[in-house]
Ligand binder design. Structure first.
Ligand code: AMP
Length: 207
């Protein structure tokens, strides 16, 4: 968990490799659906472009289907889900029915002024959605597939402000919800190099 621009995708990808886990990013899944032009993608588009959350029942359905398709014993990283208390409740029900539990909630802590700067300078691949690293930005080409880098439509200043507002109103309370539950919430300082932050996450998860 963490506000927009906290580094959930970047850190989640590294952790996915380290743990040999499957990572489900609801943002990526919804963007894939948009690119593919599915009903889900069309429904999600209006909400995403406005910086609003896609309705809970839709997102819970997407995650529930993905989890149901996993082989037993797989390790899973959920990136950007749950983002509301009803989603946390929905996830708890899905996990309970499958006899599974969350090991931990990782919360990336980054001050708001830093987030706005990060989001406005962020670039992603127009074709495959890969996040651009510092080196690929000057060349303007995706390191993974060579396609053009673009700014995400929801990284424009007005939409960024709305997303941060939505985070404070709807997502921050989920952390309190978990604090009242048996699941450990690991607060990770999200300022530093990508490698430093990844080390902090791995240390806390191993403790
Ligand atoms: P992200 O890539 O995680 O920043 O998500 C981008 C956008 O996708 C968000 O601003 C929402 O519009 C939508 N989205 C992603 N995850 C969720 C979620 N768990 N619940 C509702 N909407 C979501």
């Amino acid at each position: 968990m963490g506000p927009p621009g906290a580094g959930k995708g970047t850190q989640g990808e590294l952790l996915e490799q380290h743990l040999d886990a499957v990572r489900y990013s609801t943002g990526d899944m919804l963007r894939d659906a948009r690119r593919a032009g599915t009903d889900l993608g069309r429904l999600a588009q209006t909400y995403m472009d406005a910086g609003e959350l896609v309705p809970d029942e839709v997102v819970i359905g997407v995650v529930g289907e993905a989890l149901a398709a996993l082989s037993p014993g797989a390790s899973v990283i959920l990136d950007g889900f749950p983002r509301t208390i009803p989603q946390a409740e929905g996830l708890a029900l899905i996990l309970e029915a499958a006899g599974q539990r969350l090991d931990a909630v990782v919360n990336l802590v980054v001050p708001e002024e830093e987030l706005v700067g990060r989001l406005s300078s962020r670039r992603v691949c127009s074709e495959c959605g890969t996040l651009a690293s510092g080196e690929s930005v000057p060349s303007g080409a995706c390191a993974a597939c060579g396609s053009d880098l673009v700014q995400r439509s929801d990284d424009q200043p007005d939409t960024v402000r709305r997303r941060l507002g939505v985070y404070l109103e709807e997502t921050a309370p989920v952390l309190e919800w978990y604090a009242d539950s048996p699941v450990d919430v690991l607060e990770i300082d999200g300022i530093g190099s990508v490698a430093e932050i990844q080390d902090r996450i791995r240390e806390r998860l191993a403790a």
